[in-house]
Write a protein that binds this ligand. Structure first.
Ligand code: TGC
Length: 388
């Protein structure tokens, strides 16, 4: 599918630094050549193709914003541009890149010991190992402060008990970053998934994100040594720091899904004839396409602005909430408008639109729901906390 029609109005790609354009090209090629050919079948069959993981590692896309330990050391803007290209094919694969790179690898790189970094980061960067990030619990994801998973000291070890839910990749992961309450507040632990007492089951029956896996985890007396603890993560600031990275990738990625839906709608408008003319010659359709274009361009520019702020070391959590809330919400609207322009055919897997719509509902829900991000912004504006 060509994006020439979008480029005629603005060519946002031209605003990217050369490095980001190179990464964009790497991600676009991989997404279109490796992921796209089977994506509709995989979504239908609810199949996660773990066999693709080494190719993403080889391309440098895993933990690409991190430095050293086999990571590419790319800029945040490059990482964002790569997320956009991957999510233009499917949110499930951008989610894989986010869980591995933004969550699991960022936790280790930011809060781990030298030994932990040496042990895990090169393997995770190469895609020879998979990581997951176990924060959310069955009672809900919005308030991690209420977590009930506990880690208690037993001699020189820690024993972890609890349950986690909606944890991406857990059933195929080699290592889980598990967040648990301790006598010293929330702490993070690197738990090899073959530890006795650790089990993970993929959640069946999802109507979204069907090309990736999200899991229930049980931790039943899982024993790890003290050197499995992430020493520099103290309190919820630890996991929230990692969520910031994931939210950044989402703000970019959602615009990839939106771009695909807009491209499909433009193509359809040019070629589908009703009442003796292409539907794109009708004012109602052109008006819808114009509105979709406005929100796509604004969202892509917002993502780029966040990237520039991040690369300057100036990005704040509230700014990330602007990006996550706006871009996912507008991507959902763009997908809905595209579905309407495609009419009945838009309901089928002949087009990617319903798949993107369903996926974006999951993206809207994880890493902070719309409501949580609205309340973060409300607090920023008023200084008043309205959670709860
Ligand atoms: P509060 O408890 O007051 O703050 C705790 C500490 O955290 C700091 N903090 C942050 N630090 C860095 N980045 C951020 N974005 C931060 N937000 C808060 C805060 O300064 C404080 O630090 P300290 O040192 O003073 O202790 O929490 P809060 O009132 O600031 O935040 C409340 C709220 C609702 C905003 C927060 O709880 C929140 O963001 N909730 C949503 C959590 C969320 O996104 N959950 C979904 C996670 S998705 C998942 O787990 C699955 S992983 C993905 C997958 O596997 O697919």
């Amino acid at each position: 599918m060509s994006d020439d029609a979008l480029a005629r109005v603005f060519k946002i790609d031209d605003l990217l630094p050369d490095e980001a354009r190179r990464w964009q090209s790497v991600a676009r090629t991989l997404a279109r050549d490796l992921l796209a050919p089977t994506i509709e079948d995989d979504f239908e069959a609810q199949r996660f193709r773990a066999e693709h993981i080494p190719a993403l590692g080889e391309a440098g896309l895993l933990g690409m914003h991190l430095n050293g330990y086999g990571c590419a050391g790319a800029s945040a803007t490059s990482y964002g541009a790569a997320c956009l290209e991957i999510e233009a094919v499917d949110s499930g694969w951008r989610t894989f890149v986010s869980v591995q790179g933004s969550l699991a690898m960022t936790a280790i790189a930011t809060f781990g010991t030298e030994q932990q970094k040496q042990r895990w980061l090169p393997e995770l960067a190469a895609g020879r190992a998979v990581g997951c990030f176990a924060l959310t619990e069955p009672a809900g994801g919005s308030d991690p402060a209420a977590m009930t998973t506990v880690a208690r000291r037993d001699g020189s070890d820690w024993v972890i008990d609890g349950r986690k839910r909606w944890i991406g990749l857990a059933a195929v992961a080699d290592v889980a970053v598990v967040w648990a309450q301790t006598d010293d507040g929330v702490r993070g632990f690197l738990v090899p998934t073959d530890s006795p007492g650790f089990s993970a089951q993929a959640i069946p029956g999802k109507r979204a994100m069907r090309t990736s896996i999200q899991c229930d985890i049980e931790l039943d007396g899982v024993r790890v040594p003290d050197d499995a603890r992430l020493p520099d993560a103290r309190g919820l600031r630890g996991p929230f720091t990692c969520l910031n990275e994931a939210r950044f990738g989402i703000a970019w990625g959602a615009m990839g899904a939106a771009r695909t839906c807009l491209e499909v709608a433009v193509e359809r408008a040019r070629t589908r004839e009703v009442f003796g003319a292409p539907i794109g010659a009708r004012q109602l359709i052109q008006s819808q396409l114009a509105d979709m274009l406005l929100e796509y361009e604004k969202g892509a520019l917002l993502a780029l602005h966040l990237g520039r702020l991040r690369d300057a070391g100036a990005l704040t959590p509230a700014q990330l909430s602007v990006g996550k809330l706006n871009n996912v919400r507008e991507a959902i609207r763009i997908a809905g408008a595209a579905r309407s322009i495609l009419a009945g055919d838009g309901l089928t897997d002949e087009f990617p639109v319903m798949r993107h719509m369903a996926n974006l509902e999951a993206v809207r829900t994880y890493e902070g729901t719309d409501e949580i991000h609205a309340l973060i912004l409300g607090r920023e504006l008023t200084g008043l906390d309205a959670f709860g």
